[in-house]
Design a protein around this ligand. Structure first.
Ligand SMILES: Nc1ncnc2c1ncn2[C@@H]1O[C@H](COP(=O)(O)OP(=O)(O)O)[C@@H](O)[C@H]1O
Ligand code: SF4
Ligand SMILES: [Mg+2]
Length: 382
C-alpha cells in the first residue's frame, strides 16, 4: 500500500514570487516541485519578418509541490493555464523561466536524451480519450505502444503485459483485439489509463480525465484512479475546471486564476474555509447535498470574461472581476501567496478581513467596513 496522505498530513508552504519554500512534516522531499514557473507563448506578427509582438503569459510565476502518494487538484476556469502547467511539468513544453524538480533533480533544462528515462516515470491521461487514442490501432497495440517505444519487452511479453493492464483497469482481456470506437467513453478512458500505467510510472498528470464523461461514469473513473493510486503508489496532479470534481480525490487543492496560483489548501479545509474571493465564487457554484442549505445559497456571478493572458490586469489579476475589490492595494500591489492557516496559503491582500466578514462582496462600488483594529481611536475626554 502506498503511504497515503489524503486527509492532509503533509504540510507544505509555497511562496509565489518568493523562493518556493517547501517544508514537509515528515521531512521527505517532494516528488515534484515547481518553482517560479513561467511559460509564455510568443505572439508573432507579419508575413515575412515574423516579429515578436507580445507573449501569452499562460503560466506566470507558479510555485507548488506534490509529495509521493499525494493527489494535488489543480482547479480554475478554462484558459487559466492548468494544462500548460501539467504539460510543462512533463516537459512537453519548455519553461520560459523557473524550475521543475523531479525527486529533487532539476529537469527544466534537460535535453531529450537525458529526459528519456524520466519520461517513463511521468505519464499523462487526457480529457478526451477518443482524441488521444489512434482509431486505426487496436487496443492491444495502443496499450503496448509505450513498451515497444521504450524497448521494454518482446512480442509475447508485451501481449501478456497488455492483458494484465487491461484487467487492472477493469476491461476484459479480449479488448486487446478490438478498436477504440467499439468502446464507451468511460471504457476509452480506462484504455488511456492502461496505456499510462504500462511503464509503471510514479507520477501521472490527469488533465480533466472525467470532464468529457457522463456524471454517473465520472465517479467510476475517479474510484478507479484512487484504487490504482493505492495499488501502484502513484502520485497525481489532477486537473479540473470544477471544484466539485476534485473534492474527493484530492489531498490538497491549488486554485489557479489567469496564470497564477491564488490559493493552496488541504482539500477539506478549502471547502470549509475558502479564503480567496475567486475560490469563494467557484465554490458558490458547487451544489451542496443538503437541499435546505442549497436553497438558501446563491452563486456569486463574476463580472465579465477571463481577461487575456497576453495583457493581464496589473497588481492583483483578479481585481477586474473581484466582488470584494478594495480602493487600496488591489490595483497597486501584487498579492503574494502567504500562509493563513496550517498548509493553507492565499494570495489576497484582504483575506483576513474577508474571512472575518469585515469586507462584504459588493456589486458596484467597493465598500470597506473597518474592523476594531482599523477604527480611528476616540479622542480622549476633555
Ligand atoms: N501551444 C500554445 N500556443 C499558444 N498559446 C497557448 C498554447 N497552449 C495554451 N495556450 C494559451 O495559454 C492559455 C492557457 O491555456 P491552457 O493551459 O490550455 O489553459 P486551461 O488548461 O486552464 O484551459 C490560453 O490562453 C491558451 O489559449
Ligand atoms: S487582492 Fe483585492 S482584488 Fe485581489 S482577490 Fe483580494 S480583494 Fe480581490
Ligand atoms: Mg486544459
Amino acid at each position: 500500500m502506498a503511504a497515503r496522505t489524503r486527509g492532509g498530513d503533509c504540510v507544505t508552504v509555497s511562496t509565489n514570487g518568493g523562493d518556493g519554500v517547501t517544508a514537509s512534516k515528515n521531512g521527505a522531499a517532494p516528488l515534484v516541485a515547481v518553482e517560479n514557473l513561467k511559460v509564455w507563448f510568443p505572439i508573432k506578427s507579419g508575413l515575412v519578418l515574423d516579429r515578436h509582438v507580445g507573449d501569452i503569459r499562460a503560466v506566470d510565476d507558479v510555485s507548488f509541490d506534490i509529495h509521493r502518494g499525494e493527489t494535488v487538484g489543480l482547479v480554475g476556469e478554462s484558459g487559466c493555464g492548468k494544462s500548460t502547467v501539467g504539460r510543462t511539468i512533463l516537459r512537453l513544453y519548455k519553461p520560459t523561466a523557473g524550475r521543475i524538480l523531479f525527486e529533487g533533480r532539476d529537469i527544466s533544462r534537460l535535453g531529450e536524451g537525458q529526459l528519456r528515462p524520466i519520461r517513463r516515470r511521468m505519464q499523462m491521461v487526457f480529457q478526451d480519450p477518443f482524441a488521444s487514442l489512434n482509431p486505426r490501432h487496436s487496443v492491444g497495440r495502443i496499450v503496448g505502444e509505450p513498451l515497444r517505444t521504450h524497448g521494454i519487452s518482446g512480442r509475447r511479453d508485451t501481449s501478456t503485459r497488455v492483458g494484465e493492464l487491461l484487467r487492472t483497469v477493469g476491461l476484459p482481456a479480449d479488448s486487446a483485439g478490438r478498436y477504440p470506437h467499439e468502446f464507451s467513453g468511460g471504457q476509452r478512458q480506462r484504455i488511456g489509463l492502461a496505456r499510462a500505467l504500462a511503464l509503471n510510472p510514479d507520477f501521472i498528470v490527469a488533465d480533466e480525465p472525467v470532464s468529457a464523461l457522463d456524471v454517473s461514469i465520472q465517479a467510476q473513473i475517479i474510484n478507479l484512479l484512487e484504487q490504482l493510486q493505492d495499488e501502484f503508489d502513484l502520485t497525481y496532479l489532477f486537473i479540473a475546471h470544477d471544484l466539485a470534481v476534485v473534492r474527493h480525490i484530492s489531498d490538497r487543492i491549488a486554485v489557479m486564476y489567469l496564470g497564477s496560483i491564488v490559493e493552496v489548501s488541504p482539500a477539506a479545509e478549502l471547502y470549509e474555509n475558502p479564503l480567496h474571493p475567486y475560490t469563494i465564487s467557484l465554490l458558490s457554484a458547487v451544489p451542496i447535498a443538503d437541499p435546505l442549505i442549497e436553497r438558501q445559497r446563491s452563486p456569486i456571478l463574476l463580472a465579465g470574461d477571463l481577461p487575456s493572458p497576453a495583457n493581464p490586469p496589473p497588481a492583483c489579476r483578479f481585481h477586474t472581476r473581484c466582488p470584494y475589490v478594495q480602493p487600496t492595494r488591489c490595483r497597486d500591489d501584487v498579492p503574494l501567496l502567504r500562509p493563513l492557516a496550517t498548509g493553507h496559503t492565499v494570495a489576497c491582500h484582504w483575506a483576513e478581513e474577508i474571512r472575518e466578514g469585515r469586507i462584504k462582496p459588493h456589486e458596484l462600488e467597493p465598500v470597506f467596513e473597518p474592523g476594531p483594529q482599523e477604527r480611528p481611536e476616540e479622542p480622549p475626554p476633555v
